[in-house]
Design a protein around this ligand. Structure first.
Ligand SMILES: *Cc1c(COP(=O)(O)O)cnc(C)c1O
Length: 461
């Protein structure tokens, strides 16, 4: 074995000793965390935000309202990087100082502004630079890509998704099926295959997914799962599913809303046809931020693929000849319709720069440790509960089948548990009727954050 440390191999942040439940242990883990300074790159909303707008709730007197909250909802909206306001201000200044000349002569010329995100977005999802583009929003990108990759016929028309797919994805695939049904000659009500877990189970088994792909094979036009499921936190076996979908003759696309910036990805090597993701969750780019899209190079160069076109998908070399014939650029940019929304892209560029600096290997290493610690504390809480386990973990126990988030079913008084968390300055996500999703994010969450979350759950009054 090579004893030299690899430059990109992060040191494990967890000491090789049994985990412990006391607060001092959590603080000691933070001291040893090589990424602990990354937190300073972000603004963590104050504890008072945990009870914002709740007339009947107040913070526990032990919690300083101005101190940082325990922000465990980066899977919904990530925290703001500190660099964002000045970066937006710079574009506003260039607009004031240069007007239209900012397109070519701004400090970061707007003409090619989307290029600023290209390299880092490609690294993030494991793609070649020409395979990614930041544009639009997530559901819009899914539709644009399905226009190209969902080409149903009377025999091959089905789209496979998870039964617990995010509603927007369910609406998107059903509407795509309806768009084609009459002309292609199939029944749109029979077009969506929804993968369900086995009775009594919360997540899907990989062999069951692969078997379903084989079984529906000849009728499958598209397999479009999420990389990490938003509700259960399950990270699917993306390479195996992509292989099976391609073998069955279907197109394979991925919704990476909960995967991008959360788990390591290799879209190019996995040979996916396309993917799309939002950037306001783990990518910390702000509410409704500009999304990302991936198209494998073999597809981007395929002139026979139909698509919706706009001038920013035209070859830049001929774009300003303003001719009516569309000359698609042979990269993912081909799907870009409009000129880049500069003010909305600025936070994406700033945020991706942080991912570039830290690198997914280091983030994943800390993420594994943080989530293992959360899992340990939940298990201890259950073991100490006099009436037996009170919290079920929906998320797979295997770290290779999940990202940072754990979805917890609170069996007794879930609303009270939520209120207890909020009183202690914890911001996390609640899904009716009883699921709390806690996402300790390696960029800005600490082991002490996780301890405070578990401590609040242990003291529900
Ligand atoms: C968050 C999320 C969305 C949201 O879609 P937008 O178009 O960004 O509003 C869609 N799909 C999944 C799986 C999500 O997690």
């Amino acid at each position: 074995m090579n004893a030299q440390p690899q430059p990109h191999q992060p040191q494990p942040p967890l000491p090789h000793q049994p985990l412990q439940t006391d607060e001092r242990f959590a603080l000691a883990l933070d001291e040893r965390d090589p990424l602990r300074r990354c937190r300073d790159l972000f603004v963590i909303p104050p504890a008072s935000a945990a009870v914002a707008g709740k007339a009947d709730a107040a913070l526990d007197p032990s919690v300083d309202p101005a101190a940082p909250s325990v922000y465990l909802t980066g899977n919904s909206l990530g925290c703001m990087p500190r660099a964002v306001p000045a970066a937006i201000q710079r574009e506003l200044e260039d607009w004031q100082a240069l007007g239209v000349e900012g397109h070519l002569h701004g400090r970061r010329p707007w003409f090619s502004y989307h290029e600023l995100a290209r390299q880092s977005a490609a690294r993030l999802v494991g793609a070649l630079p020409g395979e990614v583009v930041c544009m639009n929003s997530l559901t819009v990108n899914l539709h644009l890509l399905m226009i190209s990759f969902y080409r149903p016929t009377a025999d091959r028309y089905r789209i496979m998704i998870e039964d617990s797919a995010f509603p927007s994805d369910s609406y998107a695939v059903a509407s795509q099926a309806r768009l084609h049904a009459a002309r292609a000659g199939f029944n749109p009500d029979d077009a969506i295959v929804r993968l369900r877990p086995r009775a009594g189970e919360a997540t899907l088994r990989t062999p069951d997914i692969l078997e379903a792909i084989d079984r529906h094979g000849p009728s499958l036009a598209l397999v479009m799962l999420s990389g990490v499921n938003y509700l259960t936190g399950q990270w699917f076996d993306m390479p195996a599913i992509t292989r099976a979908g391609k073998r069955a003759g279907a197109a394979v696309g991925w919704d990476l809303a909960h995967a991008a910036g959360n788990v390591p990805l290799s879209l190019h090597d996995w040979n996916a046809d396309f993917a799309a993701w939002c950037t306001y969750k783990f990518l910390n780019s702000g509410p409704g931020a500009v999304a990302g899209a991936f198209v494998h190079e073999r597809n981007a160069a395929d002139r026979s693929l139909p698509q919706l076109a706009g001038w920013w998908g035209n070859d830049p070399a001929t774009r300003f000849r303003m001719e009516p014939g569309f000359v698609p650029v042979p990269t993912a940019d081909r799907w870009q319709l409009s000129n880049p929304p500069v003010l909305a892209l600025t936070p994406v560029v700033e945020s991706l720069a942080i991912f570039d600096r830290v690198g997914m290997p280091a983030l994943r290493a800390k993420s594994l440790a943080l989530t293992a610690y959360l899992e340990f504390l939940i298990d201890r809480l259950n073991a100490d509960s006099p009436s037996g386990p009170a919290i079920d973990v929906l998320t797979p126990r295997d770290p290779e089948q999940r990202g940072c988030a754990l979805s917890l079913v609170v069996r007794h008084n879930p609303r009270q548990a939520l209120a207890s968390l909020q009183r202690r300055g914890v911001i996390c996500d609640f899904r009716e009727p009883n699921v709390i999703r806690a996402a300790p994010v390696p960029l800005y969450n600490s082991f002490h954050d996780v301890w405070r979350f578990a401590h609040a759950l242990a003291h529900v009054q």
